[in-house]
Write a protein that binds this ligand. Structure first.
Ligand SMILES: Nc1ncnc2c1ncn2[C@@H]1O[C@H](COP(=O)(O)OP(=O)(O)OP(=O)(O)O)[C@@H](O)[C@H]1O
Length: 352
């Protein structure tokens, strides 16, 4: 098992800088997700890790040793990409055992390991089928078994669920996480799906234009983002500009925003303009005089599990919240909004 560190990684395609100093680390047994919009450099980072691309600068170490000079086929990593690229003329079992055959292992050992791997990914009984005779989810599980059967030091997964429908995505997602945790294998996982990243990862690197905007646990990324980009990418978010910010030490601040005064935590060391992040779950409807904020309902929709409301504050800011479904509000009604301070967070207006 392996600790993997990426330091200041740079990659240029002709004159385009795709990676501009990417740094992150996976401790042994962790699953680290690279999350971000299309084109931010997730796959490029993973391909440098795999050895399919040569970096132009920086360092990648496994257990402290540089691997940049080691060709892909000597790195001992398992790779699962979205186009699973199974060999179409080989059976499921032959596909899974291919890497072991290349390593010239004895036939009996190959058979045992392939059998175990098929059981692990719940493909028992399908060993004799050709890839075209199994479903997309099963094909992706073959790809996973093919990587795991080699007992890799590191597992690299690039949008492995992208071609699956929603139900299968859920199923294979939990299977991957279960297998990764059971085997204690270190893994990097690329996705642009925020909920996938939150559900599966020990650590998340939110990427932005070839850099890592924030590298932290899913909880921290969601509740304590360092900038608006990260907050926006990791879930529903309301932002309210602050009129005044008074630091109170240890990452706490007293602020005024949209006519209210609040004390809350935030990104340490804010000195300039700041904005308040309020996730929908930080907000609840109350009587106008009882709320931290007072605002006017501009939209409401009953969604079954919640009443979705949009409320405009006196400074023009808009709050989206999920109210208790039995609440009834009218458009134009003045309401109070109570805030759970533990879900409120202060961020600098300009990224640090
Ligand atoms: N072979 C290439 N030649 C030139 N530019 C490339 C090449 N491969 C990728 N790029 C560019 O580098 C940037 C990063 O690409 P990359 O594939 O790493 O992004 P990504 O975050 O994985 O995106 P996606 O989610 O769409 O796969 C993009 O702007 C992309 O257009």
């Amino acid at each position: 098992m392996a600790t993997v560190e990426v330091r200041d990684l740079r990659k240029r395609y002709q004159d385009f800088l795709a990676l501009d100093g990417v740094s992150l680390k996976a401790e042994t047994g962790q699953l680290v997700t690279l999350l971000g919009p299309s084109g931010c450099g997730k796959s490029t980072t993973l391909r440098c890790l795999a050895g399919f691309l040569e970096a132009n600068g920086g360092e990648i170490t496994v257990d402290g040793e540089s691997i940049l000079g080691t060709p892909a086929n000597r790195r001992g990593f398992g790779v699962v990409f979205q186009n699973y690229a199974l060999f179409p003329h080989m059976t499921v079992a032959e596909n899974i055992g291919y890497g072991l055959k290349i390593q010239k292992l004895p036939k009996s050992e190959i058979e045992t390991r392939v059998y175990d791997a098929m059981k692990l990914v719940r493909l028992d009984g399908l060993g004799d089928r050709l890839p075209r005779a199994i479903s997309g989810g099963q094909q992706q599980r073959v790809a996973l078994a093919r990587a795991l059967v080699l007992k890799p030091k590191l597992l690299l997964l690039d949008e492995p669920l992208a071609n699956l429908d929603a139900r299968l995505r859920d199923e294979v997602r939990w299977l991957i996480r279960d297998l990764q945790q059971q085997s204690g294998i270190t893994a990097f996982y690329v996705t642009h799906d925020q909920s996938e990243a939150m559900a599966m990862s020990d650590m998340v690197a939110v990427m932005k234009a070839g850099r890592v905007a924030q590298f932290a646990t899913p909880r921290e990324i969601y509740q304590k983002p360092t900038e608006r980009y990260v907050a926006d990418f990791t879930g529903e978010a309301n932002f309210i500009p602050c009129q005044s910010v008074t630091p109170q030490g240890e990452g706490r601040y007293a602020i005024t925003a949209a006519g209210a005064t609040l004390e809350l935590e935030g990104v340490p060391g804010i000195t300039g303009p700041a904005e308040l992040l309020l996730r929908p779950e930080a907000l609840s409807l109350t009587a106008p005089e009882a709320g931290t904020f007072k605002g006017t309902v501009t939209k409401s929709a009953f969604l079954g599990a919640a009443l979705h409301c949009e409320i405009t504050l006196p400074d023009g800011s808009m709050l989206k919240l999920a109210a208790e479904p039995n609440h009834k509000v009218r458009t134009g009604e003045v309401v109070g909004i109570a805030i759970d301070n533990s879900h409120a967070w202060l961020m600098p207006e300009v990224a640090p």
